[in-house]
Design a protein around this ligand. Structure first.
Ligand SMILES: [Zn+2]
Length: 461
């Protein structure tokens, strides 16, 4: 008989003794954006030092952003996932430790209405059903009965533990776990303040942010908006995040961070792998079908001349076989482009769908791609006799010349070439108004297929 080994090589843990454990956290504080990552940062420090080789990360912690259009989410809307291999006999201890830690963390913040933390743990390989949930939570609204039946389906073959039960945060926690491999990703280094609830402005030398941006511009993004002269790496709320540097790979982020001149006490940092800056929520949808709270891209022709509303919002109607509009808000800075569109131009508009009184479905646009522009306008035909522009003789009655009275039935409208003041191409808002999931111009062409990656030395301090 073969002897059952109890000692395992930590680099290649035996499946008998070790198993994958994926823990998702969401809504650890709904009102303060950076808290879920901060709780994770502290929790990971604790788990790694307590369990050592019995608990090993198989990926950087994931920061998974979900549908920004879902109404009760006011800010961040990001779940965090910890992916590990653990000794089977400590699973319960790891989960208990996590739950106690989160409770303590949430309580230490005091009661905040609207907070419903969610914890979910999946033991073993992540099942396909959760990938489905991820896509749904990223691009659509997840009704409670959908979540219930999905959990039922998932738990047939997979062990799922929900220590807080079906709290609202569970959707995000499970969806985050379902974020698949093989799709584009980026990284974010998040550094935390020592003085946690400080309302004082963050102290990072702005010049050093610009220098950092210049040095690492190929591999980082959303550092500084040169247009509005605003630093983008530092948030403004009273949350514990000092700064976040977003980029293509962990090593660059550590280098970039080391060049910043930070003039306040820092408690430390951690690197997260994330779906930020990837346009993951821009799935192609049918214009006739997109519903409120869904995200996505619609390809359609412009149906009528753009309209301008009070407050600087420009609206175009999209030809869809159902009423559908796209709204470009003032902050997007795209009014000039949008107002030069003409009926018949072919566009793709990406964003989130909302319901407006009086208009119906309106896409709040995050991106405009002009695919083709009509280069002529249709004018009434010229009179074959005298050359004057003819007029309609009435519905179905053909044309009549106002000058010489000549009538004709079978003349076609004339295509008159026009010059356009816009070009085909991709139009994005200024970086200062970017939301987490939106892909900045700098990232175009840098898309990659990501897998779980064992964190490299120095990823957490
Ligand atoms: Zn004529």
């Amino acid at each position: 008989m073969r002897e059952r080994s109890s000692r395992v090589n930590p680099v290649n843990p035996s499946e008998e003794v070790f198993t994958q454990l994926h823990i998702g956290l969401d809504d650890v504080d709904a009102t303060v954006g950076g808290c879920t990552t901060h709780a994770t940062y502290l929790l990971l420090k604790e788990l790694l030092s307590k369990f050592r080789t019995d608990f090993q990360l198989i990926d950087y912690p994931n920061l998974v952003r979900l549908n920004p259009a879902v109404p009760y989410k006011t800010r961040g809307n990001g779940a965090v996932v910890i992916r590990s291999v653990v000794r089977k006999d400590i699973i319960n201890e790891v989960i208990r430790e996590t739950t106690e830690f989160v409770s303590k963390y949430v309580n230490s913040l005091g009661f905040r209405p609207g907070t419903e933390p969610g914890i979910a743990a999946v033991i073993g390989v992540v099942p396909e059903s959760l990938r489905k949930l991820y896509l749904k939570a990223l691009t659509d609204y997840v009704p409670r009965n959908y979540l219930m039946s999905l959990i039922k389906e998932t738990t047939k073959n997979t062990e799922v533990i929900l220590p807080y039960g079906l709290s609202r945060g569970v959707t995000g926690a499970l969806a985050g776990i379902g974020w698949p491999e093989g799709v584009d990703c980026t990284y974010e280094l998040l550094a935390y303040r020592k003085e946690l609830s400080s309302c004082r402005p963050r102290c990072v030398d702005p010049e050093s942010i610009k220098e950092m941006d210049q040095l690492f511009r190929e591999e980082t993004f959303l550092n500084y908006d040169y247009l509005s002269r605003r630093e983008l790496i530092t948030p403004h709320g009273p949350d514990p995040v000092l700064l976040g540097i977003r980029g293509e790979d962990p090593a660059t982020l550590i280098n970039a961070y080391s060049t910043l001149r930070v003039c306040e006490e820092v408690s430390g940092y951690a690197i997260f792998r994330t779906n930020q800056g990837t346009d993951a929520h821009h799935v192609l949808r049918d214009a006739g079908r997109i519903r409120p709270y869904q995200t996505g891209c619609i390809k359609a022709s412009v149906a009528s001349k753009p309209k301008n509303l009070m407050g600087g919002t420009s609206v175009i109607e999209l030809g869809s076989g159902g009423r559908l509009y796209a709204a470009f808000f003032k902050e997007a800075g795209l009014s000039k482009v949008v107002n030069s569109l003409l009926p018949g131009d072919l566009v793709m508009v990406c964003g989130t769908c909302h319901l407006w009184e009086g208009l119906g479905r309106v896409i709040h646009a995050e991106k405009l791609v002009i695919e083709s522009l009509i280069n002529y306008k249709l004018m009434n035909p010229r009179c074959p006799k005298c050359g004057a522009r003819m007029k309609s003789a009435g519905r179905g009655k053909g044309w009549k010349c106002p000058k010489c009275g000549y009538r004709a039935k079978d003349l076609e409208k004339e295509k008159v070439p026009i010059k356009r003041s816009v070009d085909v191409g991709t139009y994005l808002p200024p970086e200062s108004s970017f939301k987490h999931l939106m892909k900045p111009l700098r990232r175009y062409g840098k898309e990659k297929k990501c897998s779980y990656v064992r964190p490299a030395e120095g990823w957490i301090k």
